[in-house]
Design a protein around this ligand. Sequence first.
Ligand SMILES: NC(=O)C1=CN([C@@H]2O[C@H](COP(=O)(O)OP(=O)(O)OC[C@H]3O[C@@H](n4cnc5c(N)ncnc54)[C@H](OP(=O)(O)O)[C@@H]3O)[C@@H](O)[C@H]2O)C=CC1
Ligand SMILES: O=C1CO[C@H](CO)[C@@H](O)[C@@H]1O
Length: 308
Amino acid sequence: MANIPWITFNNGQKFPMFGLGTWKSEPGKVTEAVKDAIDIGYRHIDCAHVYGNEAEVGAGIAAKIKEGVVKREDLYITSKLWNTYHRAGAVEGALKVTLKNLGLDYLDLYLIHWPFGFKEGDEVFPTGPEGKILFSDIDYIETWKAMEALYKKGLVKSIGISNFNKEQVERLLQNAEVVPVTNQIELSPFLNQKKLSEFCRSKNITITAYSPLGSGDPKLLNDPTLKEIAAKHNKTTAQLLIKYPIQCGCICIPKSVTKSRIAENINIFDFEFSGDEMNFLNNLDKKLRTCPFTETVEHKHYPFHAEY
Ligand SMILES: NC(=O)C1=CN([C@@H]2O[C@H](COP(=O)(O)OP(=O)(O)OC[C@H]3O[C@@H](n4cnc5c(N)ncnc54)[C@H](OP(=O)(O)O)[C@@H]3O)[C@@H](O)[C@H]2O)C=CC1
Ligand SMILES: O=C1CO[C@H](CO)[C@@H](O)[C@@H]1O
């Protein structure tokens, strides 16, 4: 069984630094993928309402608990509040839907998925006559207060944020009673997020690295330089890309629905990059963002106009 390292959040909760992503995991495949992952040793699963597959993820979790392979308390389940539920009065209802879909009575971690809101309602991407997404201008501070209430009620063990830039994190902290445990952001050697990571770390906020494989982008997975470094450790480029954020001190959540890759991706805890290799990898940044969510660039809270 892989020796997954743990991180301790600012509230004392311990969390596995490696987990399974589930974005674009087809509902017809994800139950099996979750079951395989748990058998292989994964204990942390990253979910979201907008992925449209929480019921099928939950079926995989339930099967492994029923079989006695794991207990609920062995698992660390994250989900995310979608943009259509940013109004304070809508937040608890959104969590309840996610809990029902996942078949759970609490989450280990609940994140605000993006700092901006969309028009409230059941449509995850509400659009107007021109096909543009309809925004809401609800302040993420209002949303955070409602997240704090969920935390205080014990419905979620930790709360955090995702896709917040430095200024947004700073403003949140000025208005927060509970410090987010993590900011989940895209991170790879080609988008290394050093400035935002250092800022978050200085505020005791852990970074969670999403899309570590660039969502499957060949620019990362087929990069010859990365391949060469990986080969020196008898590892694949994917394994290098997953180990890099973890060796930087971040949580990493690669997605796969392929059993052999699910096994490959966790097989990264038997080697370390040397100091020289880390320096080299840290210098490859080229601001390659594979998840820019460009449909939302006009939103006043769009996070990626800022330098970091
Ligand atoms: N907070 C946020 O806004 C966001 C959060 N996330 C989270 O982060 C997770 C990971 O990011 P994601 O964008 O899914 O992309 P990843 O960077 O994890 O890449 C996933 C893709 O790589 C393929 N893949 C997986 N393992 C390997 C391997 N060993 N070799 C070659 N190809 C491989 C997968 O294919 P296959 O499945 O077919 O094996 C899939 O196409 C998401 O699933 C989600 O949970 C992601 C984006 C935004
Ligand atoms: O996690 C994510 C992946 O899917 C979503 C919907 O397209 C993105 O917005 C989001 O960041």
